[in-house]
Design a protein. Structure first.
Length: 112
């Protein structure tokens, strides 16, 4: 998705003219590229801890390691879920309110 937005935009469609929905999708996809390998590593470590006793998360290892690794993913996941919802809302609300998209954009830009 990020490559499509970067390289396959319509001629004349600059970064400043992209709709906020597209910006939201690009942001979410970048977050997923950054944080999904981390949570996959955490789950593989948890699986190996159960199948092969490697003591990653046991009392002899560090019981808080799992908590810290999961929190490292859990916080950005909120944004992975919320940003597309806000982007869709920002596309729908000006149409339903019959106002210009700029008014909605300035509202969300100030909120962010």
């Amino acid at each position: 998705m990020v490559a499509t937005v970067m390289f396959r935009r319509a001629p004349g469609l600059t970064w400043g003219r992209l709709p906020l929905f597209v910006w939201g999708q690009v942001t979410v996809n970048l977050l997923m590229l950054i944080w999904f390998p981390e949570i996959q590593t955490t789950f593989v470590m948890a699986l190996l801890d159960k199948v092969v006793p490697l003591n990653f998360f046991t009392a002899t290892g560090s019981p808080l390691t799992y908590l810290m690794l999961f929190w490292l993913f859990g916080h950005p996941e909120v944004y992975i879920i919320a940003v597309p919802a806000f982007a869709i809302w920002n596309e729908i609300s000006p149409v339903m309110a019959q106002k210009s998209p700029l008014a909605s954009f300035s509202c969300w830009a100030c909120t962010g």
